[in-house]
Design a protein around this ligand. Structure first.
Ligand code: GDP
Ligand code: MG
Ligand code: K
Length: 314
């Protein structure tokens, strides 16, 4: 076992932000491996994703919280509960925003939640990450004004009780990302490595595979099917050292959606399968035999036992 430096720091960072601000992109950049799912559509990451960044003097365990938004159904309520617990249990909270736009209603909701936790005394130290710097048109002054607009959603910081730690960055180009890591590190306690250095994720492979399939489906289906699809990997069987058999079900809410996912003569489902298979093969480093099924499960979002089956509830 390698000797760690005396100032080795470690801990948990909860990443929070409204959909599409770039949480998954940042996560992928920091960890150098595709485990969180990115897509141009909001709400792609519904689950808490755990990833681990290991450096010589630091180990950061990132928790990618699901979006905070107004709960409209059971899944929404569950997401808010998980996000809240994740934040309260973390050593540091990273709030990611898009600096190219003023705070939205969803940002205000996040600000409100953070304020509630601050008043309860359960909010860990906070870092504001202004993402998508590569797209920002204004000068330094305009950047500061924009970041202030976000800071004003956190009244206790605006009142100067505590400085707001902030950094502008681009998850896409990597600008400012080292600065961000350094800032997070300063806020972590001294501590050991919790995970082996080469372990970038704790996630079950099955779950990652299901997410890759869901991502491919969302990309290919464009606007035709809303976010009401879920993917469950039923079978995951290594057949040999270089062949894995995977059987997965894509759940849709309505029979009409089933037809769309299948496509004419099964063309769409074959395409989803082909593209997903390529990504899964890259992930697993084996050839993959992928079997995809489409099933209708009405209103699955509202169903507790389905949530349990998907691992959203216990
Ligand atoms: P999430 O919903 O917060 O996880 O956001 P994603 O990581 O899925 O990103 C949403 C979209 O924003 C994707 O199209 C990303 O490529 C894009 N994006 C993320 N970070 C940046 C960035 O720093 N610069 C630019 N230009 N685009 C970004
Ligand atoms: Mg995401
Ligand atoms: K997204």
């Amino acid at each position: 076992v390698a000797q760690l430096p005396a100032d080795h720091r470690s801990g948990f960072v909860a990443v929070i932000g409204r959909p599409n601000v770039g949480k998954s992109t940042l996560f992928n950049r920091l960890l150098g491996q595709k485990i969180a799912i990115t897509s141009p559509k909001p709400q792609t990451t519904r689950d808490q994703v755990l990833g681990i960044l290991t450096r010589e003097d630091t180990q950061i365990i990132f928790l990618d919280t699901p979006g905070i938004h107004q709960p409209r159904h059971k899944l929404g309520e569950y997401m808010v509960t998980v996000a809240t617990e994740t934040i309260e249990d973390a050593d540091v909270v990273l709030w990611l925003v898009d600096i190219n736009v003023p705070p939205t209603e969803e940002d205000q909701q996040i600000g409100t939640l953070l304020h509630q936790l601050q008043q309860k005394g359960t909010l860990p130290p906070l870092v504001l990450g202004g993402n998508k710097l590569d797209l920002f048109q204004g000068d330094e002054g305009a950047l500061a004004v924009r970041l202030d607009a976000y800071a004003s959603l956190l009244p206790w910081l605006a009142q100067g009780e505590e400085p707001l730690r902030r950094v502008a960055l681009s998850a896409l180009t990597g600008a400012g990302v080292d600065e961000l890591v350094a800032l997070l590190r300063e806020l972590l306690p001294l501590g050991p490595r919790y995970y082996p250095a080469d372990q970038v994720t704790d996630l079950q492979t099955r779950f990652i595979v299901a997410e890759l399939i869901r991502e491919r489906a969302l990309h290919l289906l464009q606007q035709e099917v809303p976010h009401s699809i879920a993917v469950v990997v039923d079978e995951f069987v290594p057949r040999s050292e270089n062949l894995t058999y995977i059987s997965a079900v894509i759940y849709v809410e309505r029979p009409s959606q089933k037809g769309i996912v299948l496509g004419e003569g099964g063309r769409m489902i074959r395409r989803i399968g082909q593209e997903a298979r390529r990504e899964i093969e890259e992930l697993l480093g084996t050839r993959v035999y992928l079997e995809l099924w489409v099933k209708v499960w009405e209103k699955w979002r509202r169903r507790e036992n389905m949530l349990r089956r998907l691992g959203y509830a216990t």
